[in-house]
Write a new protein. Sequence first.
Length: 470
Amino acid sequence: MNRFYSLVIITSFFLACTQKPTSDALEYDFSIKGASIIDVETGEIKPNQTILVNADGRILIPSKEMPWTSRQKIEGKGKFIIPALWDMHVHFRGGEELIGENKALLSQYIAYGVTTVRDAGGDLTSSIRQWEKEIESGNLVGPKIFTSGPKIDGPEARWAGSLEVSNEAEIDQALDSLESLKVDYIKLYDSKLSGEMYLTILEKAEKRGLKVSGHMPFTVMLQDAIDRKVTSIEHLYYVLKGCSSKEKEITEKIRKGELGFWGSMAQLIESFDEEVAKERFTSMAQNGVFVVPTLHIGNVLSYLDQVDHSNDPNLSLIGQGIQETYQGRIKSAMGASKEAIENRHNLHQKFRTLIPKLQKAGVKLLAGSDGGAYNSYVYPGYSLHQELAIMVESGLTPLEALQTATLNGTEFFDLSADLIKVKNGSTTDLLILTGNPLENIKNTQAIDGLILNGKYLSKGDLQKLLVKPN
Ligand SMILES: [Zn+2]
């Protein structure tokens, strides 16, 4: 993926070299006239702007005096322009037989204005590489993909395709193999990974300059992961653990096998300590640790007992094979005791209270849906908008929520924020909305069109991408 962005950086220096003059006016492929441009960094709204776009996606905001023409005119009056969105936690997985169904998800991201995704590990890396080529050459409609490749976990890992490590030599081998796959970052999973191996991976990865995201074994203290420069923490279980005044005691019980992951949650909630949380969050902010809360999927999975999803409009867009992978989580939710269900609800609500506290401490949040096979009823593209909405319901401002799906993504990958700003020379994909998302975050769903890699897709074109798989 990095290759794509380096290309963008190089080409954007040649702004204005490719436009052909017609008489004295330069001709562009598209113009959007009269729209309001939202600066997702500052929240500033510039009304009544003209945006010119070339076929290579480069943007020019012309001065009043500059003469121009365009082959296609897009009405911008009453509309709001933001950079297209990034989903920072998705999955492509489920084995060879689900390759086709995973591929069919790609265009759904685009239909919802999500033009960049971060794949958080799976068993379809070679297919992802193939799709990336097809997308880049214009033969496939889909987002730009950052991928971790296979996850690293311990022996007999939960997820197929994981690289299993139980000693230092195996860690070196796993990191070698991921580097040769040119993955964009490393994803750790905690089904069988020991705390010692987890901390060793962080140390070794840092020496190689690799970013590491993930779950964290509950045998590890959160501050130890922060001190060893974990790049991002996926989900809030691990964050909550580090906010407990009894973390040490609880961790010790988990190490001895006296307490399990789920079993510890009630104690963690009970021993949540504002001062400890503040200290931990400040340390995370100082060390540049990102957090991916994945609240929407938490909401969906926590309330499977109450919500019937069988008539979800987006369910029919999911292939039969992927729908079958939903059964595991559904069955376990249905079989859960009344007490377990109540605990799950409490946990979800507790997680939501962490959002404004993390933001206030300066921790960078990333919007991630966790959509993909096995993650029941979390739909590609659609779910990212739900994630933004629940972040706002939990205490972020709409601008802060927008940043989690735009700016903060570029920051995670050390890319220039200029890449996604709606400004001269940028090649960012543009999302055209009929409502102001800073007034109501749900307006990110009021999509009127998208400019993707220099091509204009109207609302009708986008809806045509929501096709049922064969
Ligand atoms: Zn995930």
